[in-house]
Design a protein around this ligand. Structure first.
Ligand SMILES: *Cc1c(COP(=O)(O)O)cnc(C)c1O
Length: 354
């Protein structure tokens, strides 16, 4: 079972002649652009964006490549990393024929993207320690298994998946191992990006939505070998990342140190919150976290959720999810937000009659 990219890609995608946008046919220097039916007068309301954005985000990719020590052509930039998840299905999974492996409890979009692309899901739950069940995954895969999704650190459990198990999968599986590192910046574990050169079937997803604090801009990345990235580029919507988003992220990359400070603050708040939550009588377990959220097991999760909503505080109810019975997922907020949360929980606790 060797990895063969050409064999893995859907035939229609191999044959596809991608849409050729005005900006990709001519991207040199010119004085007058009359090729894309833009409005050369510009907007009377917002200056600066009369033109279609760079379809391949050249400047942003060059900067990212430099920072990460990889090549520009090993980077895909999308309208959030959710876009990259969807494109992986489109490039590799033949509807109703191929299958993918997901390891619940995990991020819900893998399943939704599979359903949208009419791809069979083979669900292989994590072990009780929330690690990959390698034996079960080996049993689940066959020659029609195209993708295995591994979320590390995992949402909603908060822990990292061991590098050994990820690399073992990559070495022994002939499809793609997709490692979703949306929360990697909060973890002490190193990214798997450094492994893409040794493992041509490894795809690493990251995002500017979490640690970088720009969820509203919708910018996410996929890192993999250049041939694979080229297929994502072939099927992506031509202008998938707005020029505002490209510019903002480019500027933000100059201030990585400030972002690191924010991350350190969030981690510190997480530690405080973790200790405070563990004190409540109704809380039975606060799971260790390498992310910006905590998975908290409690008695009466639904009524805790309801009482928080009444105080204007929304957390994520995960209590109906496999292996997360009685759990709420709580995002770490600012010190004030966390205080408000703890106050609300104290009132809830005081209202309990034993
Ligand atoms: C939040 C999240 C994402 C979404 O990232 P976007 O770049 O905002 O689309 C992806 N994966 C996981 C595990 C997440 O929690």
């Amino acid at each position: 079972m060797g990895f063969d990219l050409d064999n893995l890609v859907r035939e229609n995608v191999k044959q596809l002649v991608p849409y050729s946008s005005a900006r990709s046919e001519f991207n040199g220097r010119a004085k007058i652009f009359l090729d894309a039916n833009e409005n050369s007068f510009g907007s009377p309301i917002i200056a600066g964006y009369p033109r279609y954005p760079d379809p391949f985000q050249t400047k942003l990719k060059a900067r990212l490549a430099e920072l990460l020590g990889i090549q520009s052509d090993q980077i895909y930039i999308g309208n959030g990393s959710d876009e990259a998840i969807d494109l992986l299905f489109r490039v590799f999974c033949r509807p109703q024929i191929d299958n993918v492996v997901i390891c619940p409890p995990t991020y819900g979009m893998y399943e939704v993207a599979a359903a949208i692309n009419d791809t069979v899901i083979r669900s292989t739950p994590l072990t009780p320690q929330f690690q990959l069940d390698i034996d079960a995954i080996s049993e689940a895969i066959d020659d029609k298994t195209k993708l295995i999704f591994v979320c590390s650190p995992n949402n909603p459990t908060g822990n990292s998946i061991t590098h050994d198990s990820i690399l073992h999968l990559a070495a022994h599986f002939s499809g793609l191992v997709v490692v979703d590192e949306a929360y990697i910046h909060f973890s002490d574990e190193p990214s798997s990006i450094t492994k893409i050169k040794d493992h041509p079937n490894l795809v690493v997803l990251q995002t500017f939505s979490k640690a970088w604090g720009m969820a509203g801009l919708r910018v996410g990345t996929a890192f993999a070998n250049a041939e694979l990235i080229a297929f994502l580029n072939k099927v992506k919507p031509p202008y998938n990342v707005s020029q505002i988003a490209q510019n903002m992220v480019f500027d933000a990359l100059k201030m990585g140190d400030r972002v690191k400070e924010t991350i350190a603050k969030i981690v510190e708040e997480r530690r405080k919150l973790e200790r405070a939550l563990a004190e409540f009588t109704f809380v039975t377990k606060v799971y260790p976290s390498e992310t910006n959220f905590l998975l908290v097991k409690m008695t009466g999760a639904k009524s805790v959720y309801g009482s928080l909503v009444l105080k204007g505080i929304v957390v994520r109810d995960r209590s109906n999810i496999q292996m997360c019975d009685g759990c709420l997922r709580i995002t770490v907020g600012t010190p004030n937000e966390n205080k408000a949360l703890l106050n609300a929980l104290e009132k809830y606790e005081a209202s309990l009659v034993y």
